[in-house]
Design a protein around this ligand. Structure first.
Ligand code: IVH
Length: 680
């Protein structure tokens, strides 16, 4: 009988090793912020685990890192009761009230020593996590405080939430059944990036990171949630397994279990230190990179907390000191209109420049006509602009006491601000006015800017100002004209601030852009609702512009992540003669409209970074054939087995390499398994 290795046992071992390694790296990356391997190396470990779990679905566990990616969409969330109500905090904006709070605490606990813990008040969405036997069992929103939505599948995608906890013993007892609570949030950078992508795709943008976080957690499709880099910070721990003494000790336990704790958690015995903490973070809150709306002050002793108890729905042992939203008063000099590339008209406040939360602001969005009329904002008014909680500055209200009779009411014009002055209209149910004239020069400018932008065709030298200049001079009427700019070479050279060198550079950059990847070209075309991500998906799926052009609604809709709005927009784009003409002109100019050879191959580089050793005879192909197939998928085939070998492929009558593989614990593949890996 043929001697056959127990591959499954080895794979099982490998799965466990991989899970542990990935968990370790997740912790280093997401909690400690000190990764020890490259993203590529991490991806390789992850993909290896995915492959092994695909092979042995029965070995998939709830806490495997692969289970974060997102399960199938659900129709609705289940309602779940909280073990203990999720309380809210009483708020104050005044130091005097904090002193009152302290007095009440001391009166209720005469002759006792009182210690406080001061923490940042993260401005996010509250969440409760329950762990059973060391594994994440259930994640529930705050809801009405007594019951919330079960959003476990969405929460599993949050990378700094451990799916299973590190082995931690306290007084000889393992901590495996407990609840933690905390706040889910997004960094300002991630918030801005997501909003930017949404805006490019013509989707609704969110007002602040908290809204975007809340919106994300409510998505019914965990796969979409997994694309947003949500974070979780933990500030509460409860377990019937041990007795606790103090909140700050609990915070230590939380950290040891593998959760992220607040950026600053301090234990104080006197109120003046607490005020110093409040002041420090009020000053430094702009540097955090995420939003806080105040600080939370908690009595440290759990026993004292129990004595103090709860009134209404707030604990008597804690208080939130809230920071005022950072704001400034300034003069609204004018309201101008901005036309986006999709024709949406946005009113913009032109302000007397003013310094606010780290930068000078001279313009702020007014969103739409309703926003202005609801707040009765008039030109010449002194207005309040705010950044607190919003990141993007906005005009929040008018300082009415300062209104003068000269203030002018703003009437939204009924024509586009461009020279064509075409009528603008409001689509039913939408707040924004829209210019639908296909030749609106403002839209064209935005479209060309978008086309040439860094994320688009990346044409250096063709920025906002230059596009404006060339549109005005009549050199550019649409994106295809970019590739005819060489006709105006002599004129451009003689323009103010242009010369031989800069003109040559521009033409060179234009020439280079012709080789941009298909998905970039697709994104650059400015099809409504098609952002960078969806352009990539469409490019990969349809491979060239002609296939995309002739795609049916059904075909488009069947592509995962391409929704109805996108489908309709793509179909309309390719039904529009003007757009088709532009596409043809771009094609004639030599712009790339198909997936490149290496991109086609790239999708199949599944074995990159893997080293294989072949031993014994394979029945379905020669070793040479197997070698070239592995190499074509990015893998490497070598002759000697070492601990760095990823797999040893074992055929009939294997040589000594097989024994060595067993000794070193290298994964072993039989013929069936290697065929599965390298099949087309
Ligand atoms: S303690 C009973 N600590 O603020 C105490 N809350 O209105 C429960 N929050 O619902 C909360 N950072 O969503 C606590 N360090 C922190 C916090 C924090 C943010 C949120 C939380 C809570 C709300 C209180």
């Amino acid at each position: 009988m043929e001697f056959f290795p127990d591959t499954q046992k080895l794979d099982e071992k490998r799965i466990i090793v991989l899970r542990e390694q990935i968990k370790k790296h997740d912790n280093a990356y997401y909690i400690e912020a000190q990764p020890t391997i490259t993203d590529k190396e991490y991806d390789e470990l992850f993909r290896e685990l995915q492959r092994l779990e695909q092979k042995y679905p029965q070995l998939i566990t709830k806490d495997s890192p692969t289970q974060r990616i997102g399960s199938d969409a659900v129709k609705e969330f289940e309602r779940v009761n909280h073990d203990k109500p999720m309380l809210s905090l009483s708020n104050t904006y005044s130091e005097v009230e904090v002193r009152d709070f302290d007095r009440r605490v001391r009166e209720a606990l005469p002759n006792e020593e009182i210690n406080y813990v001061a923490e940042l008040k993260y401005d996010g969405v509250a969440l409760s996590l329950k762990y059973k036997d060391g594994k994440l069992d259930c994640a529930v929103t705050r809801g009405d405080g007594f019951a919330g939505d079960d959003i476990t599948e969405n929460v599993k995608t949050i990378r700094n939430i451990p799916l299973s906890v590190t082995n931690l013993k306290i007084d000889g007892k393992e901590i495996i059944n407990f609840e933690v609570r905390g706040e889910v949030y997004l960094t300002e950078k991630d918030f801005l990036r997501i909003n930017e992508l949404r805006e490019e795709a013509g989707e609704k943008i969110y007002a602040n990171p908290r809204n975007l976080t809340a919106g994300t957690l409510k998505l019914l499709d965990p796969k979409l949630v997994s694309q947003r880099p949500l974070k979780f910070v933990c500030y509460y721990f409860d377990s019937s397994e041990i007795n606790f003494n103090s909140h700050h000790e609990n915070i230590k336990i939380i950290k040891q279990l593998g959760f992220q704790i607040g950026e600053s958690v301090e234990l104080y015995s006197n109120l003046d230190d607490v005020f110093a903490f409040i002041k420090t973070w009020e000053r430094k809150r702009n540097e955090l990179g995420f939003q806080i709306d105040g600080i939370v002050l908690k009595v440290d002793s759990i026993k004292q907390q129990e004595i103090l108890g709860t009134v209404a729905r707030s604990p008597r042992w804690a208080i939130a000191y809230k920071y005022e939203a950072e704001n400034a008063h300034t003069l609204l000099k004018d309201i101008t209109l901005q036309v986006g590339r999709t024709g949406i008209i946005t009113p913009v406040a032109e302000l007397e420049p003013v310094f606010l939360a780290g930068s000078t602001i001279s313009r702020a969005t007014l969103h739409n006509a309703d926003y202005i009329s609801e707040r009765d904002i008039r030109i010449g008014d002194t207005v309040v602009i705010e950044k607190g909680g919003e990141v993007i500055p906005k005009v929040t209200k008018v300082v009415l006491e300062k209104r003068t009779p000269d203030a002018i009411e703003f009437k939204f014009p009924d024509v586009c601000p461009c020279d064509l002055k075409s009528p603008i209209s409001r689509l039913e149910g939408e707040a924004s006015y829209l210019c639908i004239h296909p030749e609106c020069p403002w839209q064209i400018r935005r479209l060309i800017e978008h086309f040439a932008s860094r994320n688009g065709m990346n044409i250096e030298g063709l920025g906002e100002k230059v596009v404006g200049q060339f549109v005005e001079l009549g050199y550019l009427k649409n994106v295809a004209d970019i590739y005819s700019l060489h006709q105006y070479m002599d004129e451009i050279k003689n323009l103010d601030r242009w010369g031989e060198k800069s003109t040559d550079n521009l033409l060179e950059a234009i020439e280079k852009s012709k080789t941009a990847s298909f998905h970039r070209v697709l994104f650059s075309l400015g099809i409504r609702f098609i952002g960078e991500g969806s352009a990539k998906i469409l490019a990969k799926q349809f491979k060239d512009i002609d296939k995309l052009k002739s795609a049916t609604i059904e075909e488009l809709n069947s592509v995962y992540e391409i929704g109805d709005k996108m489908t309709e927009s793509v179909v309309q784009f390719f039904r529009n003669d003007k757009e088709l003409e532009i596409v043809e002109r771009l094609r004639t100019a030599g712009v790339n409209f198909k997936l490149k050879e290496e991109e086609l191959v790239a999708k199949d580089m599944t074995l990159s970074g893997k080293t294989f050793v072949l031993t014994g005879e394979l029945s379905s192909m020669s070793r040479g054939e197997a070698k070239s197939k592995i190499e074509s998928l990015g893998g490497k085939v070598t002759g000697t087995v070492s601990k760095n070998t990823s797999y040893v492929v074992v055929g009939d009558s294997p040589g000594s390499k097989y024994g060595k593989a067993l000794k070193l614990g290298v994964s072993i593949l039989n013929e069936e398994q290697i065929l599965e890996m390298i099949k087309n």
